[in-house]
Write a protein that binds this ligand. Sequence first.
Ligand SMILES: Nc1nc2c(ncn2[C@@H]2O[C@H](COP(=O)(O)OP(=O)(O)OP(=O)(O)O)[C@@H](O)[C@H]2O)c(=O)[nH]1
Ligand SMILES: [Mg+2]
Length: 430
Amino acid sequence: MKLTDTQKKSERTVLVCYSKRKDIKHSHSEDSLIELKFLAETAGAEVIETFFQENDSFDSRFMIGKGKTQEIADYVESNDIQLVIFENELAYTQLRNLENKIKCKIIDKSNLILDIFASNARTAQAKLQVELAQLEYTLPRLTRQWTHLSKQFGGIGTKGPGETQIETDRRLINTRITVLKDKLKKVAEQRKTQSSERGKFFRISLVGYTNAGKSTLLNALTGADVYVENKLFATLDTSTKVLQLLVTNDGKVTKFPKKILISDTVGFIKNLPHNLIESFKSTLLEVIESDLLLHLVDVSNENFRDQMEVVTETLKEIGAENKKIINVFNKTDMVDDPDLIRILKNEFRDAVFISAEKGLNLNSLMERMKSELNSENTERTIKLKPDEHKKVSMIYKLAEVSKIKYLKSGIKISFKTNDKNYSKLKTLAE
Ligand SMILES: Nc1nc2c(ncn2[C@@H]2O[C@H](COP(=O)(O)OP(=O)(O)OP(=O)(O)O)[C@@H](O)[C@H]2O)c(=O)[nH]1
Ligand SMILES: [Mg+2]
């Protein structure tokens, strides 16, 4: 460990979550707080206490009630707290009001996630994407800051310099945003050239909630060395590896008929700030262009069903909802209750149950991927006798016909279909 690491003290932090009693079940808010704690710890905070308020009539000035605000303020003062993190998104005025009462740094969950992204960005592309998201997060808050000040002080003498400063800042930020978008566009164009070469390959992307084990699986399947950690958002860049052969510890071999490309991607989380998804679109392009998605689910997490929903929603948001998906339930080695696996196998009949870390059942996963690969539509041509019109209509039913030629010697028909239908159709021509 570096000297600086030991010297750096983590910030003493409290977490706050507000929920309307009508909207959210108590347990949901508690789950959100558990996740927020994990996020805060990922960012290096030391969580000392959590505050939770469930109330239908809240005070819009503070988000939480006035009494609760005072309670937190007292706690912060007597316990040497340096940071307060809100689960809920705070409007700028709320943030200001809270900071006036609670005398320490206050941030919300979006801000925290942006912070983690910023410290985890390694490649130039990820850095650009994070900076863009941060500036887009700041911009509306800057506007509100000015509105707030002008309202508070108002009148002659305050508007001029304040406005000028804010306007200058806004202009600088807008210019930087344009530069960043431009740079990202260039990166995306470069990627496009790369991906047109990749078009020849069958492409698979690993998607899932953050910390589900995507990078661990990529490493297990391809022998790659992608960064794995029990922290949120360990991966921010797409890394793509070639996969054709898997030999497991027990010597079992699974081989694909052709090479495939498999990519690891950034993880998803509940309420991922929208501008982050926007700026990560070029990284997520890999997902959109994939032929198949493996949805990794951390089955040892009791909220895995909610997490699956978040992933499905986020896939919709990036326009990947119609992709073929295999649900891969990971970390089965951590599940103590054998009934759970049995129930899930019954419920998700198409899912594969693995442990990426222990290398369990990876061959079954390869077999599933293989059968998806074989179910890909490929172009084929067959020749029928001149009078076999009935067979032609059957081909139309089972395949996508691209060309048909009526020759004297017979009917030559080209179409796209998968292996299964092709073997049915081939017998027609015999
Ligand atoms: N017990 C157990 N732990 C696992 C398994 N797969 C992954 N892990 C652990 O789960 C943690 C997260 O794994 P990663 O592979 O970094 O997860 P990820 O989905 O890539 O996460 P992000 O990149 O942060 O979105 C690490 O501590 C892994 O060692 C598994 O099958 N069993
Ligand atoms: Mg990862």
